[in-house]
Design a protein around this ligand. Structure first.
Ligand code: SDX
Length: 378
């Protein structure tokens, strides 16, 4: 076997063959199973898109109804999970709470029947149904309230907003939230999906797969950037402060959150859609001064680093949308996870179909034949 050149961050190295999604980073195109993201955002729902990704084709009416029905009736948390979550410190980050709760779900389903389609279906339904409930429950419990029970007459997106805000959401807000889930559900071999596939390749259970991916998503270079974008906009504070703020940071080689992407060298197509969703929300529910600041950040960044292919990514405008829906800033990344769990599960299923354990190599650059120094001589 010939040795490949070492690429930090595995840039450009294929880690799997996949038919789930495709990105053309030069043209700014994203497709799920061949369908453009713009078309799905306009015509599909999150659960229909999740079905497409996991089972490879759009569901028939009956298949979709059956899937929606199963999800709807598995939304409640086991009381032991709820009691465990009550012991979590309120000051903890909701991503940590989610990771621990998703892993804990595996305690109830220790049997691993990975080649049985019924087992796969049950795991998909359980994880997709309960993760939004976990996110909302932690939020309510840290506020000192009891979690709100899911409502069977609300769809996936509306039910999450209901459990979080303790009131039925406005229909436009619920539809926009559902579109946000579509936009975040899947994105080829990103870090958390890679993590999920590595974990899956050991043939462990799907709860461990999702827990490892949640842990990976939380970092500020990945899904955690959406939270940091809002913090940055707040820190900038005024439109006039945008240019000096960015010049100072760029000069210090600091990263501007919500910008840049390993694959896209143009504006992320999801950022375009999220920007227009933010505008729809502002029109109905009132303006947000941070939107003007964000637009100015985009303008100045294009001028300064556009030639290097650094443009807004998915995390740049999503926070403005979530803010307008009353979602707390540190829940933005858990909300990303609510969507992405379906993408991880699609990759879990695909990995199992042609599994070989991930076991890359390394380039050793340490010492050899070193003699042991007794502790009193060190
Ligand atoms: C997501 O992979 C996916 O698909 C992820 C995702 C998904 O849906 O799963 O799309 C979701 O994670 C979006 C990215 C969220 N992260 C951020 O917004 C954090 C800020 N962005 C970056 O740190 C960075 O752009 C990454 C992490 C997204 C990409 O990192 P790379 O490909 O390793 O690029 P790099 O850090 O090596 O940067 C290359 C150059 C450097 O300049 P030079 O040293 O060559 O002169 O571009 C510059 C960087 O300094 N650069 C930036 C920048 N991003 C890259 N400069 C300022 N601000 C930035 N945001």
């Amino acid at each position: 076997m010939t040795l490949c050149e070492y690429k930090p961050g595995l840039e450009g190295i294929p880690a799997a063959q996949s038919s789930i999604s495709h990105v053309d980073g030069q043209k700014g195109i994203l497709e799920y199973r061949g369908i453009r993201i713009e078309e799905l955002a306009e015509k599909s729902t999150f659960l229909e898109t999740a079905y497409l990704l996991i089972w490879g084709q759009l569901p028939s009416k009956e298949e979709l109804e059956a899937f929606e029905h199963e999800i709807r009736y598995h939304r409640r948390l086991k009381y032991r999970i709820r009691d465990m979550m009550k012991c979590f410190p309120e000051s903890g980050h909701p991503m940590d709470a989610l990771q621990a709760s998703a892993a804990a779900l595996g305690l109830f389903y220790s049997r691993r029947d990975l080649h049985n389609p019924v087992y796969i279906r049950d795991a998909v339904v359980r994880l997709m149904a309960t993760i939004p409930t976990m996110v909302a429950a932690f939020e309510l419990m840290r506020r000192g309230n009891d979690p709100v029970k899911p409502r069977d007459n609300l769809d996936y997106a509306a039910n999450f907003l209901y459990m979080l805000n303790e009131k039925e959401p406005d229909p436009l807000a619920a539809r926009i939230f559902d579109i946000c889930l579509i936009l975040h559900v899947e994105h080829t071999m990103n870090a958390s999906t890679f993590s999920a596939r590595v974990t899956a390749s050991t043939l462990t259970d799907p709860y461990a797969v999702v827990a490892s991916a949640v842990g990976t998503l939380g970092g500020p270079l990945h899904g955690g950037a959406n939270e940091e974008v809002i913090q940055m906009l707040e820190e900038i504070g005024t439109v006039d402060n945008v240019r000096p703020y960015l010049e100072d940071r760029l000069q210090r080689k600091a990263k501007i959150m919500g910008f840049g992407h390993r694959v896209y060298k143009v504006k992320d197509p999801r950022a375009n859609i999220l920007q227009s969703l933010a505008e729809q929300l502002f029109e109905k529910f009132g303006y947000d001064k941070y939107y003007e600041i964000a637009q100015e950040v985009e303008r100045v960044m294009a001028e300064k680093v556009g030639s290097k292919g650094i443009y807004p990514n998915v995390d740049f405008y999503s926070g403005l949308v979530y803010r307008k829906m009353g979602i707390p800033t540190d829940l933005f990344t858990p909300v990303f996870a609510i969507a992405r769990v379906a993408g991880w599960l699609a990759h879990w299923k695909e990995q199992l179909a042609e599994n070989r354990i991930f076991r890359p190599t390394q380039i050793y650059n340490g010492l050899h034949e070193v003699t042991y120094t007794p502790i009193e001589k060190r």
